[in-house]
Design a protein around this ligand. Structure first.
Ligand SMILES: [Zn+2]
Length: 169
């Protein structure tokens, strides 16, 4: 035990806080408190504290029925909003997965053209050939016009849609 502490102090405090002090407390404990400055001080403080707690309990307002009803409405609405937010998130994930899949499919469909282009540049030692690129791009649009437009639309539309959906939250 440190000086300034007493082994009986917790017992004394428990007795006071359970409203057993002094009438229902042990005679031994009462005798100790009478002779122990630490415990007698603890009792003084605890009794004062317990008294103010009782006052607080007595003055505490019991919420009226309309406030309880209003709070439960508020809670229900908040839960509904949270529940509504969950499917939106799931839809976003599915949309993103579809977009990635479509992008992959588009790339697969154009890969023949892409490989031909790579082969062309690899075989052309002089490097970048603007005329060849223009020819290749023209050929791409001629062969896969709708696909390229779809690809461009996906690249711009999907992020915009996701952004708008997220901004709405
Ligand atoms: Zn003591």
């Amino acid at each position: 035990m440190n000086p300034g502490e007493c082994q009986f102090e917790p017992d004394v405090l428990t007795a006071v806080l359970h409203s057993r002090w002094p009438a229902q407390a042990d005679a031994e404990l009462r005798a100790h408190v009478a002779s122990c400055p630490i415990c007698s001080e603890a009792v003084t403080v605890a009794v004062a504290l317990d008294g103010s707690l009782d006052e607080l309990r007595a003055s505490a307002e019991v919420p009226d029925a309309s406030r309880v009803w209003w709070q439960s409405q508020l809670r229900a609405r908040r839960e509904a909003v949270r529940a509504a937010g969950r499917p939106i998130t799931a839809v976003q994930v599915v949309a993103f997965a579809c977009a990635v899949g479509l992008l992959g499919a588009c790339f697969g469909a154009t890969s023949t053209w892409f490989q031909a282009l790579l082969k062309h540049f690899a075989s052309n030692a002089s490097g970048f050939d603007a005329a060849a690129l223009a020819t290749a791009v023209t050929a791409l649009f001629a062969e896969h016009g709708a696909l390229v437009l779809g690809l461009i639309a996906l690249v711009f539309v999907v992020p915009t849609a996701v952004y708008v959906a997220l901004a709405r939250d």
